[in-house]
Design a protein around this ligand. Structure first.
Ligand code: FAD
Ligand code: ZN
Length: 482
């Protein structure tokens, strides 16, 4: 279990001030309480800290940051702690204050006509989806961790997820931000405008900054009309080379209504069926590849659902005839939709349960997805015969979770010794294909070395200058990103 280190005199004085400021329950120091905050989601890092603070308002965040800045004590912001790159936990020196946004979870306002809501950083993503639905609107950000990740974390990682194809990344869903700067001042950029060209658009600096430039305390996010009709289908696609063409044809046939397009390899389906009781294969046909696709359309006329289903059935028929798909299961009701999505959502966990796994969250141009998967699999299989490649995910955005599982019987520890080598082979290929070695999960602590290795010199210099300008003392989430 992680410990809370014995504080130095300066740190003890700070602790006293924080307790006066935030009261009981606002400052956690007992290891049993702080431990969950100091352990990252993947169990890769266990940090330590002076304490965990849980402010309830922007004013309190600002006051905490001012106190820490005066004492030159680093701060690590944390939302739902579901990040996958170790960004949300402190290092093990025990010197940092971990600032949890979890108690800042109010929806400040909802403007259905403007299509916006103003929300605090600690709102759980699923609660925001629900609130939008109650106002007959859609907040389209959606990812496997939505039951516990928080909007401030989503913004700070520029989260992607399963709706990017139609609605974009988190960056595309944010109109305004409120940020507590590293010196404790509050930057009020909470505008709700669709158009505003008044100089540099500063909010974009903080989106995807992983807590290294300031603390996001609130945001204005975009809402959309709720789709009147939705169809979900699980397809067997024998040839990897046909997958991206299938997406393009689907977009054309649906009038650009494809909102999700997720690749699932045969091995993935097998491991889900093996490790999750109650799951079943949606189609009997065994093929190397499957695609989970969703179409959604506006309300339109009263028969929008029938029209969408007819269009989809027509499309599937054509693809059957062309030999592109060999089987398909159309969800008949909401329960079946959930069952199909569950297969996709538990894929990463199924892989974890199978043994040692090494993950690559990469992207390439959409047109090169199949080529990347083939070349990457070949390279890794050549390096380590028996390695089980596990490419899945949001291929509609060119984003592949190119994960690999240990050869049967190798053992987790022995496999993980090859972590850096397998990363290097994979990322070298990605970069040579004009891709990214971190498509949606960010840099955090885990991929800092990769950023230093592959980053363009001018990119890195500009990033360091931005960091130095906003956070000259380097107190905001040190040791992350740069
Ligand atoms: P945390 O993990 O708490 O923090 C993430 C980073 O943001 C840290 O660097 C932290 O310091 C910083 N931070 C957090 N809150 C703030 C704030 N208010 N101000 C400043 N900095 C802050 N990610 C995707 O992009 N797409 C997916 O499809 C996806 N699927 C996932 C599925 C599962 C099952 C899991 C466990 C994770 C998945 N993730 C995915 C990763 C993760 O859920 C996202 O990165 C999410 O956006 C993190 O939100 P969080 O609130 O948990 O942030
Ligand atoms: Zn993902």
């Amino acid at each position: 279990m992680s410990t809370t280190a014995a504080p130095t005199p300066t740190a003890a004085a700070l602790l006293g001030k924080l307790e006066t400021l935030l009261g009981k329950g606002g400052v956690l120091t007992v290891p049993a309480d702080t431990h969950p905050y100091f352990l990252d989601h993947r169990d890769l890092y266990t940090g330590a800290g002076l304490c965990v603070v849980r402010p309830r308002s922007t004013e309190e965040v600002s006051a905490v940051v001012k106190l820490c800045a005066e004492a030159k004590v680093p701060i690590v912001p944390q939302g739902g702690n579901t990040g996958l790159v170790g960004g949300s936990v402190p290092d093990d020196t025990g010197t940092a204050v971990l600032l949890s946004l979890g108690r800042m979870n109010r929806i400040r306002s909802m403007d259905a006509v403007n299509g916006t809501m103003t929300v605090e950083a600690g709102c759980v993503l699923q609660d925001l989806q629900d609130a939008a639905r109650e106002a007959d609107r859609l907040f389209p950000l959606s990812l496997g961790a939505e039951g516990s990740c928080m909007i401030g974390g989503n913004i700070s990682t520029n989260a992607g997820g399963v709706g990017v194809l139609k609605y974009g990344n988190t960056r595309d869903l944010v109109l305004g931000l409120e940020v507590v700067l590293p010196d404790g001042r509050v930057w009020n950029g909470l505008n709700a405008l669709r158009k505003d060209n008044t100089g540099y658009d500063l909010k974009h600096l903080f989106i995807g900054a992983e807590g290294t430039l300031g603390i996001v305390t609130a945001a204005v996010v975009k809402l959309f009309p709720r789709p009147g009709a939705q169809e979900t289908v699980f397809m067997a696609v024998p040839e990897l080379d046909d997958v991206m063409g299938l997406l393009n044809d689907a977009r054309a046939a649906s009038g650009d209504c494809v909102n999700a397009f997720e690749l699932i390899p045969r091995l993935g389906l097998e491991l889900v069926l093996k490790h999750f009781e109650g799951t079943r294969a949606p189609v009997e046909t065994v093929t190397p590849w499957y695609v989970l696709m969703q179409w959604s359309a506006g309300a339109g006329a009263g028969n929008a659902q029938e029209a969408l289903r007819a269009a989809l059935e027509n499309f599937l028929e054509g693809r059957f005839e062309a030999g592109v798909i060999t089987d398909a299961a159309l969800a008949a009701n909401e329960t079946q939709v959930k069952e199909l999505w569950k297969l996709r959502e538990v894929l990463p966990e199924a892989q974890t349960r199978e043994g040692g796994s090494i993950k690559h969250d990469v992207s390439v141009p959409v047109s090169r997805v199949a080529e990347f998967i083939k070349r990457g699999s070949e390279l890794l299989e050549k390096r380590m015969p028996g390695i089980r490649t596990f490419p899945f995910g949001h291929v509609g955005d060119g984003n592949i979770h190119f994960n690999v599982t240990e050869p049967v019987g190798m053992g987790k520890q022995a496999f993980h010794k090859h972590w850096e080598e397998l990363n290097r082979i994979t990322h070298d290929l990605v970069m040579s294909m004009g891709g990214s070695f971190s498509a949606e999960h960010g840099i955090g602590r885990l991929k800092r070395g990769e950023l230093a290795h592959y980053g363009d010199a001018i990119d890195l210099e500009l990033m360091r200058r931005v960091k130095a300008a906003l956070d000259p003392d380097g107190l905001m989430n040190p040791g992350k990103v740069l």
